[in-house]
Design a protein around this ligand. Structure first.
Ligand SMILES: [Zn+2]
Length: 61
């Protein structure tokens, strides 16, 4: 007949399940080249550099 819950999930059980669902803020480091926040261990998407080296071309605006 379908995947129908057999009984109501208690507040405690629902809360226990959701105890793992919290979101965390993304980690950011300041790019040494442009000074803007960027993800660590990644090419800066603002200026296209990684560890001070130009890696990708970023279109200028
Ligand atoms: Zn940058």
């Amino acid at each position: 007949m379908g995947a129908v819950p057999k009984s109501k999930v208690s507040q405690r059980r629902r809360g226990n399940r959701r105890s793992h669902n919290a979101l965390t803020r993304p980690h950011l480091v300041i790019c040494p080249k442009c000074g803007r926040p960027a993800r660590p261990h990644s090419v800066c998407l603002e200026c296209g550099t990684y560890k001070g080296m130009s890696v990708i071309q970023v279109e200028e605006e």
